[in-house]
Each structure stands twice: as structure tokens, then as C-alpha cells.
Design a protein around this ligand. Structure first.
Ligand code: ADP
Length: 251
């Protein structure tokens, strides 16, 4: 396979090179301290304290309504926390100015259960938009998008409109879009929730592959089968509270 230009920055390559630092020296890339999220009187998240370390592969699980999606949204400032502190890669989300929100968002690639592709734009454009928004040059954009579509096995579907693709293929486009900007953190909200088992396995393999390149991967899911098959730390939420948070192991 051709070398892939979505290789992570040098710092991430070091983290993923198999020379993981011992646990005591591991760096948290995401830190939550006493985080609450309220919707009116409803407490969607209640006093969450959590560290996620660089190059971890983490599942956030729990029943429907437990607060999994809300937790992911708080990380990229899709919504603000009602109380508490969140640090992402050194940025304090409570203090970040509106001008710096795009800088925060560039740290993330995000994948949703329902793909969230633009149905009227071809596959290529759905992926290239990310790089256009970053102001990258056209020839580089073409090269990166070609490469990432090869990575997800859709090199022959550049011109297809999303509704003409299967659910599994659409989610592969969504993975391509999420990783093309080479983010440090990949967030996925029920990424396999709408997929048959073989498509789900392909998506999980792509997420694991991106993790091996040095990224931190956080997946909200209640798909027990996927969790059972995939090594990673499991963080459990119930009614907005963390009910179990095993200590992070060295990757
Ligand atoms: P999960 O992803 O685990 O299914 P969510 O994070 O979507 O859970 O929701 C957690 C709780 O917060 C639920 O009780 C849900 O109804 C509530 N909630 C989520 N988003 C909103 C919102 N925008 N307005 C009001 N309540 C919300």
C-alpha cells in the first residue's frame, strides 16, 4: 500500500512507536474535574472527574440516556459544561476565547452514528471540506483526500453521492473526513450503531489503525459486542455519573 500522508505529527509518532512511557509519566490529553452538565432541572452529567491519556483507546459505555453523547459534546465545545473544568491538550475550555474554538476543534475528528455527510455533495467534497476550511493548498488537498479514501477502501467512489452508498460505506466516508486533517483525538458517538456486524468490524479496524498511528480514540457506545472484541479502557456512565473507571494501562 502507498505511504499514507495522514501520518501524525512527530510527538504523536513517538507516542505510538511502541516506546510508551510508564504509566506514571503518561500525559493526560483530556482532563475533567468536577464536570456537570444540566439541562434545566435534569443533570445529564454529574461531578465527572476523568483523565484520558495520550494514545489511549477508550470506550465510554452505559445505557441510553446515561450521558455518553453529552460527555463527547463537552470535549469539543459542542456544548459548554454547566460547572467544572475541562482541559483538552492544554486548552482550558472554560477560558478559551471564541476566536480559539477552531483551534480546539482541529484537535478532533468526530464520527457520528448517522454519518452526518452532506447528501448533495460527492464523497470527495465531503472529505475535502475539512482541509479547505484549514486553508490548505488545492494540490495537497487532492493528494490527502485521495490517500485517505484509499485508506478506507473507497478510492473508486470519489464522485458518488452519499445516499447512493451503503451505510457501511457512508460511515467509511465519515471516518475519512474525521482523520483527513490528522487530528490528535478521534471521537466517535455510536459509530457502529447503524451498521451490520461486518461493516461495524471494518469501522472498528479503521479506528484501531488510526489509534496505532498515535492518536487518542474515545468511543461512546453501548454495543457490547464491539467492546468485547476490541482492546481498550472501558469507562461506564449511569444516569450521568461515572460508575467505574479502571485505571489506564500503558498502551
Ligand atoms: P446517551 O448518549 O448516553 O444516550 P445523552 O448524553 O444523549 O445520553 O443524554 C443524557 C441525558 O441528557 C438524557 O436524559 C437526555 O434526555 C438529556 N439531554 C441530552 N441532550 C439534551 C438537550 N439538548 N436538552 C435536554 N435534555 C437533554
Amino acid at each position: 500500500m502507498a505511504p499514507n500522508p495522514i501520518a501524525p505529527p512527530a510527538a504523536l509518532q513517538a507516542a505510538g512507536s511502541g516506546t510508551a512511557a510508564p504509566p506514571a509519566e503518561r500525559q493526560a490529553i483530556i482532563r475533567l474535574f468536577g464536570v456537570h452538565r444540566r439541562y434545566g432541572a435534569r443533570n445529564a452529567l454529574n461531578d465527572i472527574g476523568l483523565d484520558i491519556f495520550q494514545n489511549e483507546f477508550v470506550f465510554i459505555t452505559g445505557p441510553s440516556g446515561a450521558g455518553k453523547s453529552t460527555l463527547l459534546k463537552l470535549l469539543y465545545l459542542g456544548e459548554p459544561a454547566s460547572e467544572g473544568q475541562i482541559l483538552v491538550d492544554g486548552l482550558n475550555l472554560a477560558r478559551i476565547s471564541r476566536k480559539r474554538v477552531p483551534e480546539l476543534r482541529r484537535r478532533f475528528g468526530i464520527i457520528f452514528q448517522n454519518y452526518r455527510l452532506i447528501p448533495t455533495r460527492p464523497v470527495f467534497a465531503n472529505v475535502s471540506l475539512v482541509l479547505e476550511a484549514m486553508g490548505q493548498k488545492e494540490h495537497l488537498i487532492r493528494k490527502k483526500v485521495d490517500s485517505v479514501l484509499r485508506t478506507v477502501g473507497l478510492e473508486d467512489r470519489h464522485g458518488a453521492l452519499p445516499p447512493t452508498l451503503s451505510g457501511g460505506e457512508q460511515q467509511r466516508v465519515a471516518v475519512a473526513r474525521a482523520i483527513v486533517g490528522n487530528p490528535k483525538i478521534l471521537l466517535a458517538d455510536e459509530p457502529t450503531g447503524s451498521l451490520d456486524p461486518s461493516s461495524a468490524a471494518i469501522i472498528m479496524a479503521l479506528l484501531q489503525r488510526y489509534h496505532r498511528r498515535g492518536a487518542t480514540v474515545v468511543i461512546a457506545t453501548h454495543d457490547h459486542e464491539t467492546i468485547r472484541r476490541t482492546p481498550g479502557r472501558i469507562i461506564q456512565l449511569e444516569q450521568g455519573r461515572l460508575v467505574s473507571q479502571p485505571a489506564a494501562e500503558a498502551p
